[in-house]
Design a protein around this ligand. Sequence first.
Ligand SMILES: Cc1ncc(COP(=O)(O)O)c(C=O)c1O
Length: 394
Amino acid sequence: MQLAERVQALTPSTTLAITAKAKALKAEGHDVIGLGAGEPDFNTPAYILDAAKRAMDEGMTKYTPAGGIPELKNSITAKLKRDQDLTYTNEQIIVTTGAKHALFTLFQVLLNEGDEVIVPAPYWVSYPEQIKLAEGKPVIVSAEEANNFKLTAEQLRAAITPKTKAVIINSPSNPTGMMYSEEELKALGEVCLEHDVLIVSDEIYEKLIYTKEDHVSIAQLSDELYHQTIIINGVSKSHSMTGWRIGFAAGNKTVVKAMSNMASHSTSNPTTIAQYAALAAYTASEDEVTKMKEAFKERLDLLHKRLINIPGIECAKPSGAFYLFPNVKKAVERGGFEDVDAWVKALLDEEKVALVPGSGFGSPDNVRLSYATSLDQLEKAADRIENFVNKYQS
Ligand SMILES: Cc1ncc(COP(=O)(O)O)c(C=O)c1O
């Protein structure tokens, strides 16, 4: 069977490959510590589970409008007002089957063949693939590690061509955990306005910030930037609801209407029960969200402190999300490994710790560690990584 060219051009997910290998080792009875996961390890808070059960009991099990129920859209506009002081109407909101599908649908309605989207590297693995699936061209621009992996206004300006349609800004970032400051966003925003480049602002890690800085959406910074930006967000990471598949996009109503049309012919509505669960998430107090954040902060502090004391591993402290993205080049070279991928493979084989190599995120000298696991497991993982690095010190 000959598959379509668009599928053949897809890059297999490195995250999934390492997770599969870790699972196979576990099945053989090995004590594997997985630091590859891209999801919180907490259960979804009880009040959200209760809302879903109630929705089922009340018969909320039928189709809804493709773009989501009005009550949930209302709660999203209220959330955007409360958190970002941004004003949207329901026509500017689409509820989607996870933030991933909001991005997928956005690129589908936005891009013609050859249209360029600037993707700062390191990047979340799905951005380039989704752009390619929409026949667009991902233009990867490597952000400097010395600048905490953040794209500068100069780099952005230099990457813009007459074919540039959009740029992706993901703050806090997966995989680096780094966050743009208001000044940095302002500078990037000015370039986008100068060249009429749409800003896709992926704010999925908004609630997981461990510094005193507040999350700032680039759409907040001026009226022009509000009109130039599509915000992407959802409940997966903030409320530990990855499996419920609820995300949203907020922005220009013509774009949102086109996205709803696309959704009506692809997913139809996101799962009705999950929409009611998300409604509870966005309307209740955020105490549970804060508790999860505090647990993540404790884990970040522990793992970061341990890692920076391992020779050959360098890691600036991230501000948010639940990832560390250390540079392990020196440890890899001193250990005599061919590259970081080989180092990661040996770490899994010999010490049974699963990390994700940075090559999949467009940053081949780094690895991504997720700290969405218990403090005990993190401590144990750090011991094993230290052991592994020491074993290969020449
Ligand atoms: C940066 C980023 N954007 C979007 C998503 C998608 O989230 P969702 O589960 O809502 O589809 C993820 C999930 O890993 C992510 O890391």
